[in-house]
Design a protein around this ligand. Structure first.
Ligand SMILES: [Zn+2]
Length: 366
């Protein structure tokens, strides 16, 4: 059995348990196929590592301090915490139905506000952040440029993800909010520099550092989280710990699109997981997600679902045959090579028997 998984051409040898952090949901709405893709892939990464004999520790946070959540709860005329708990429960049910293993750690941002305060204080002490009024801001200090973003892109993406590039408190539009002053309409906590709430990137940085220490082996999330979220989360963590890289590997899962468009509530093209699960088995949905490169965007279509269903039938049929023992290692090697599921599937179908049954198990298609 191979011992080192290779991600994006880089081997990721492990001696101790793999620390996997995946940016979780903001519990304000039902789960769609785009969310499911990120969590099924992360689950599969962990299953492949376990198959190779490694231990894994997965942390998937819950972003329950967020403006969209506050607004959704208000629209539903519900108290934020209760509203979030109900959404969280439905999300957990969807993940269970999909066979996504429960992570060892599921921190909720609300419970880590004190850690964000500590993070902000450390960033201030080290000069990586500054205080303006009741807010604390991380200096971009070239991070956006290193992430390959022009000033214009940075401004657009910051605005898209809820951090105001035109905030007059910022020295540079790219600077990231570590602590936002209270607005009066959102949940707020006391801090040495005034009442307010954590910035989103600071929440993840604080939760990772609190749970895993100074760094992680794999940091996962959707492709669209690369900038600004992962960029500034990593910048905050590295600034306080001095440990670089904060994450040995990034596992950013390709976007699920509908007719070439990002799946989003605003475009009304959400494919909801609960609807899909009414029509398809969890195994078909998993294979629909997994039978492709993990980092590439793809289009959801009825045809793609049919292809996944047919492929699953062939895999099951192949697993019913005898033999296939000699191909087991080659199938595993394909998975360790950047999680090449399409190649592993082709080999397992060909060899049949044990090779097909092992792959069915590792991918959680039973
Ligand atoms: Zn995150």
């Amino acid at each position: 059995v191979e011992t080192a998984l290779t991600l994006d051409g880089r081997p990721l040898p492990l001696v101790g348990p793999a620390r996997i952090y995946v940016c979780g949901i903001t519990p304000y709405d039902v789960t769609h196929l785009g969310h499911a893709a990120t969590f099924v892939w992360t689950d599969t990464l962990s299953r492949v590592l376990r198959y190779a004999g490694a231990e894994t520790r997965t942390c998937r946070n819950v972003t329950d301090v967020d403006r969209v959540l506050t607004e959704a709860a208000r629209r539903a005329d519900a108290e934020v915490e209760r509203f979030a708990a109900v959404q969280q429960f439905r999300f957990d049910q969807d993940m269970t139905a999909l066979g996504v293993r429960r992570p060892e750690h599921e921190p909720r941002a609300r419970q880590y506000v004190a850690h964000v305060v500590r993070l902000a204080a450390a960033l201030l002490d080290g000069g990586a952040a500054y205080q303006r009024g009741g807010g604390i801001y991380l200096r971009d200090d070239g991070a956006a440029a290193r992430a390959g973003r022009t000033l214009e892109e940075s401004r657009r993406l910051q605005a898209e993800f809820g951090d105001d590039p035109d905030d007059p408190a910022k020295d540079d539009p790219r600077d990231a909010t570590v602590w936002a002053p209270a607005t009066g309409t959102e949940p707020a906590w006391d801090a040495p520099w005034g009442r307010g709430r954590p910035g989103w990137h600071a929440e993840c940085a604080a939760m990772v550092l609190a749970i895993f220490g100074s760094s992680v082996d794999v940091h996962a999330g959707g492709t669209d989280l690369a900038y600004p979220h992962h960029t500034y989360e990593a910048a905050m963590a590295e600034a306080v710990t001095g440990v670089r890289p904060f994450s040995r590997a990034w596992f950013r899962v390709g976007q699920v699109r509908v007719a070439g468009q990002k799946m989003a509530k605003s475009t009304g093209n959400l494919v909801l997981l609960e609807d899909l699960l009414e029509q398809q088995s969890a195994a078909v949905i998993r294979l629909l997600i997994l039978d492709r490169r993990w980092d590439e965007p793809w289009d959801f279509t009825g045809d793609a679902v049919a292809v996944a269903g047919a492929r699953l039938d062939r895999l099951y049929a192949a697993g019913g045959r005898g033999g296939g023992e000699s191909a087991v290692d080659a199938v595993a090697a394909a998975l360790f090579d950047n999680l090449d599921v399409p190649r592993a599937l082709a080999m397992a179908e060909d060899a049949g028997g044990a090779a097909a049954r092992v792959l069915t198990g590792v991918l959680g298609l039973t």
